[in-house]
Design a protein around this ligand. Structure first.
Ligand code: NAG
Ligand code: NAG
Ligand code: NAG
Ligand code: NAG
Ligand code: NAG
Length: 408
């Protein structure tokens, strides 16, 4: 929390000293000449613009952000101060994965390692790397500045998927080989935040629509009214534009719309879902019944396509996003059907690499995976796992795969 509150204090300082008290009747719009008379103090010499690990550049506490403003990173054990609004003169901040820890009621403390689950994972990884115990397919956890899990996680050569703050896998997956430098996963994360507040899963027409990789879909239609939003943060791209009725949506009325037919917003699964909903509502009206049975809704994902695992009364099976079978249907009461997650089957569809993962009959990852001649254990998301921190991560030749025990 330290870094964020510091930014807040910086902005508060900026507002109180320059806007409320300093600006008076002056025109406070920033133009090129606004910086002419501003005296900038130099940034700490420890801040190297070419190397972001030495410090962070942020909004400077002057009205038009004229000056370079940088806080250099402190290392573990160095003295730090917890944000104090009466003292705007900050020059330093605890470096990555460190946080300022002070005694109760004190504002001065020392930089210490964060102890969030993600930060501890990183420390464990670093320790095992030093000891030479790392598995070759392991990746260091990415944590955000507060020590929570970053937005996504990858299996090298295969796919990357979105993560909840708490590290659980959530909707959103992309090809490892073509992923841009970062996956924000903001739409996907916002959905699960909403679920937490509302206390149940949301229906296709109740939530923002995401894209396959967990971003926001460019076009959003809510209550049959549509608008364009930013794919990374979901903010309306043209906030002053009128909402366009769904049936009038074309590439002329809505600039972000790419479809060829007017109003062609809903995807196959959503269409199927809405059809059934219409029938159910009609039945309710006709019979006056509160509950209509005998209909089963398809299970749609956050991007409006079919969820990986689908089922009918007797069977469970994996489908692709269009709803076509990827695996042979299994009887519902079988062990393999009960644990079915289809994650491996779906990853295989997204991947372009020839080295596909080994999937079980139910579309899950086989807990033993082979790559580049060696076999290793993986978890249900296909990430390498090791049985112990105290010895080398198990990796064996293919001929010895039978000796590999991955049930931990
Ligand atoms: C940063 O990089 C630029 C161009 O690569 C170089 O000219 C400059 O000297 C570097 N600055 C520092 C402080 O290393
Ligand atoms: C993380 O959050 C998600 C979504 O709220 C929840 O379903 C999941 O159980 C949580 N996982 C852990 C490990 O707390
Ligand atoms: C809009 O769609 C029409 C019909 O598909 C196409 O001919 C036209 O080029 C599109 N216009 C834009 C701006 O994309
Ligand atoms: C039920 O159907 C009738 C006739 O189709 C319609 O007039 C009425 O508005 C409907 N009621 C509801 C609650 O949808
Ligand atoms: C469920 O799906 C399986 C496999 O496609 C099929 O054989 C079976 O008849 C279906 N059952 C029902 C009740 O639709």
């Amino acid at each position: 929390m330290y870094k964020k509150s510091l930014l807040f204090y910086t902005l508060t300082y900026f507002a109180t000293t320059h806007y409320v008290f300093g600006a008076g009747d002056e025109d406070i719009r920033c133009v090129a000449s606004s910086c002419k008379d501003v005296k900038c103090s130099s940034v700490p010499k420890q801040c190297n613009k070419n190397d972001t690990s030495t410090g962070i550049y942020m909004l400077s506490p002057d009205i038009c952000n004229c000056c370079d403003y940088c806080l250099y990173n402190l290392v573990e054990g160095e003295d730090c101060t917890i944000g104090d609004p009466s003292n705007p003169k900050h020059y330093s901040i605890c470096g990555p994965s460190l946080t300022c820890v002070a005694e109760e009621n004190q504002i001065d403390g020392t930089c210490q390692k964060m102890s969030t689950e993600c930060a501890l994972k990183q420390q464990n990884y670093d320790k095992r790397r030093e000891d030479g115990y790392l598995g070759t397919m392991e990746i260091r956890a990415n944590c955000d500045e507060d020590g929570f899990y970053d937005t996504y996680k990858c299996t090298p050569g295969q796919t990357c998927h979105c993560l909840h703050l708490n590290g659980s896998r959530i909707f959103g997956e992309a090809n490892f080989n073509t992923i841009p430098s970062y996956m924000p996963c903001a739409c996907s994360r916002a959905y699960y935040d909403a679920v937490e507040v509302i206390g149940r899963e949301l229906y296709p027409t109740e939530h923002f629509r995401c894209t396959e990789n967990g971003n926001y879909d460019h076009v959003q239609c809510i209550n049959e009214k549509c608008l364009c939003v930013d794919t990374e943060d979901g903010a309306p791209t043209f906030p002053d534009d009128k909402l366009v009725p769904l049936n009038k949506v074309t590439n002329e009325t809505l600039t972000c719309y790419k479809g060829d037919k007017a109003g062609n917003y809903y995807k196959e699964c959503e269409v199927a879902y809405l059809e059934i909903r219409k029938e159910v509502l009609a039945k309710k009206n006709e019979t006056g019944a509160n509950l209509v049975i005998g209909y089963s809704y398809p299970s749609c994902d956050l991007d409006g396509t079919y969820k990986p695992v689908q089922e009918n009364k007797t069977h469970k099976y994996c489908v692709n996003k269009q709803g076509s079978l990827l695996t042979t249907p299994l009887e519902k009461n079988s062990q393999l059907a009960q644990t079915m997650d289809c994650k491996c089957a779906r990853a295989t569809v997204i991947m372009t690499s020839a080295e596909k993962p080994n999937c079980l009959e139910n579309g899950n990852y086989n807990s033993i995976q082979r790559r580049r001649g060696l076999c290793r254990c993986v978890d249900q998301d296909g990430h390498q796992k090791c049985s112990s921190d105290e010895k080398e991560c198990e990796e064996v030749e293919e001929s010895e795969a039978a000796n590999l025990n991955c049930s931990f």
